[in-house]
Design a protein around this ligand. Structure first.
Ligand code: S3P
Length: 185
């Protein structure tokens, strides 16, 4: 089963995705890393050279390709050898373009990691440089950016099957919910 980890930049998708993969003996795939592999550029360079629209098309095509491949692999694999999960860490904006929520909801389990704005801010103020949407912002602009962008994106994130807020964004809570959900797939 594919589990799409969604949420704002700094929500902990990569960190928790890696932990979840270790705990469940499954794989973790980071969508941004696939963009970097495919283009041979950093995310900042892709934005600078080609612009955001190009990046959004590329992340959507990679999302489609990887989830189609993984679901086909599942069908072909002997059921006794199946990996339990494929965790895909999406970019913060992935759910908000090109009907990607609809795609993800029909190809796996969507999980929105939604820690508090204060947590996002405290993480992102030290990690702006690698992120094209944040790197020009001063700290005092960052908080307002997070609040506004999150308000704009909420309607997409809210379409997730599982939503974890604030203190519920923990490895043990996600693990339990994802394992329970697997029984319904
Ligand atoms: C983006 C989030 C980034 C990356 C790109 C755009 C966004 O991923 O895809 O910089 O629009 O929120 P992370 O959420 O992993 O930082």
């Amino acid at each position: 089963m594919i589990v799409f980890l969604l949420g704002f930049m700094g929500a902990g998708k990569s960190h928790l995705g890696n932990q979840l993969a270790i705990e469940t003996d499954s794989e973790y795939i980071d969508l941004d890393n696939l963009v970097v592999e495919q283009t041979g550029m950093t995310i900042n360079q892709v934005f600078e050279k080609h612009g955001e629209d190009y990046f959004r098309e590329l992340e959507t095509s990679i999302l489609h390709k990887i989830s189609t491949e993984l679901n086909l692999k599942e069908i072909k694999t002997d059921s006794t050898k199946k990996e339990r999960f494929h965790f895909i860490g999406c970019g913060g904006g992935t759910p908000c373009f090109n009907n990607n929520m609809e795609w993800m909801n029909s190809h796996g389990l969507t999980v929105w990691l939604n820690p508090s704005v204060n947590i996002l801010f405290s993480r992102l103020r030290n990690e702006k440089d690698q992120r094209p949407l944040l790197k020009e912002l001063e700290d005092d602009q960052l908080l307002a950016f997070i609040e506004n962008k999150l308000a704009e994106r909420k309607k997409f994130y809210e379409l997730s099957t599982i939503i974890l807020n604030d203190n519920d964004v923990t490895l043990s809570k996600i693990l339990k919910l994802v394992s329970d959900a697997q029984n319904f797939f």
